[in-house]
Structure formats: C-alpha cells, structure tokens
Design a protein around this ligand. Structure first.
Ligand code: PRP
Length: 214
C-alpha cells in the first residue's frame, strides 16, 4: 500500500487530472465531505488530504510515502528526510515581496514583514547590500494582503499568481523572490523499502504529465 499526502485546496484541483491519468483518481471529492483518508481507483494507493504545510511533515515522518506540494512549502519546511524527484510544473506562481506602491527598504531603516513564510522571508531579507537594518517577521496564516493596509507590516512575502488579490487591495508586487511550482516528494525510507511501488507511481505521474502537456 502506498500512501500519498495531497495538499487540499487550489493545488488539489490541478493535481486531480494527473492522478486520474495515472489510474489513481480519488474515489470521492475531498471538498464534498469531511473524510481525511480517501481511497483511489488503484486499491494499492490511498490519499491523505491535508493542509499544504503539513504535507512535508507527513512524508518526512513516513506517515505518507509520497507527497505533492508547492516548492514554497517545501523550502519553508526545510525538506529534511525527503527526496524531490519530480517538478510537476503545475500550480506555477511566484513568491514575491509586495506592499503599497512606492514602498522601499534600505540599510538605514527597519522593515516589518508579514508572511506565512518566516524562514524564506528571513533568508531573503537578512544581511547584504540594500537590505533593511533590522527585520521583524510577523507570522500570519492567511490573508497576508491585509497587513500593509492596516499598518500591521510594511510589506508581505506571499505567493502571487494572477496578481488580482494584490490589485484588489491596492498593493503591488515589489520584488520577485523565486518562481514556484508543485513538486512530488518521497520519504527516504519508502524510496528504499517500497522502491518498486514508489518508482511505478512516480513514473505514472511523469507519464501523466507528458500526456496532459501534449
Ligand atoms: C494565495 C496567496 C494570495 C493569492 C494570490 O492565497 O496567498 O493571497 O493566492 O493569487 P492571485 O495572485 O491569483 O490573486 P490562497 O487563495 O491560496 O489562500 P491562502 O491565503 O489561504 O493561502
């Protein structure tokens, strides 16, 4: 039995067609019920539908053999105990700094940053020419765009896709930090102990990617 941890929400919608092509379609729509362990069309594969930030945790600890999650979440988690064999190239967006138009930072000033990515924000802003004198990270769990509007923070570090959430709130993208896409990750022990099943699943997903891209 292979256990796959999937990030619920927006990413799952893009992953579903891949799972279908790979013969592992979810037997039920996770949005339509509260079930957390979902069977698939393949009796050897079951899915755990969890919060994105929990996907690397399930895989790292071996509670799931495989996970599908954004690169942002992986980098923020640290990626310990995980192999990352496949860039799925889906759910593409970017991690960016955003704020009100004209917002800038310099080595003479402190900067308050609201984000759900404290590690990545810290790494981006810590030290170096033109970086803020001091940074204060304000950890949020969603709706980051609100923070500059109510003076909770000077800038946010968040995902930007179409940019419509920024625009709707009068914010602009100030600096792109990195491009992001969904990745398939594998628990290191599972890669050894279940290598036949793991390799088959990874190959099926890779083939499904080829199918959906052609
Ligand atoms: C993400 C992100 C932005 C938005 C960007 O939030 O945090 O708020 O999408 O997309 P856009 O550029 O197309 O507007 P999401 O809706 O995934 O919810 P979250 O706040 O719970 O992360």
């Amino acid at each position: 039995m292979l256990t796959i941890a999937l990030a619920k929400g927006r990413l799952l919608k893009e992953v579903n067609p891949l799972l279908e092509s790979a013969g592992c379609a979810l037997s039920e729509d996770p949005d339509s019920h509260r079930k957390l362990v979902v069977e698939t069309d393949n009796p050897e594969v079951r899915a755990l539908v969890v919060r994105a930030s929990d996907v690397p945790v399930y895989v790292e600890h071996g509670a799931a053999d495989i996970g599908i999650v954004g690169k942002d979440t992986l980098l923020e988690h640290g990626g310990q105990g995980l192999y990352e064999p496949l860039d799925l190239g889906i759910a593409r967006c970017r991690l960016s700094v955003a704020g009100t138009p004209g917002t800038s930072w310099s080595s003479e000033r402190n900067l308050r940053i609201a984000t759900k990515y404290p590690r990545l924000a810290m790494r981006h802003f810590a030290g170096g020419v033109g970086k803020p004198q001091q940074i204060e990270i304000i950890k949020l769990y969603g709706s980051m765009e609100l923070a500059p509007l109510v003076d909770l923070a000077d800038v946010i570090v968040d995902l930007v896709d179409t940019g419509s959430t920024l625009t709707a709130n009068g914010l602009v993208e100030l600096e792109e930090i990195m491009p992001i896409s969904a990745r398939l990750v594998v628990n290191k022990a599972s890669a050894k102990l279940k290598h036949v099943a793991v390799n088959r699943f990874v190959e099926q997903i890779a083939a499904a990617l080829g199918d959906t891209n052609s």
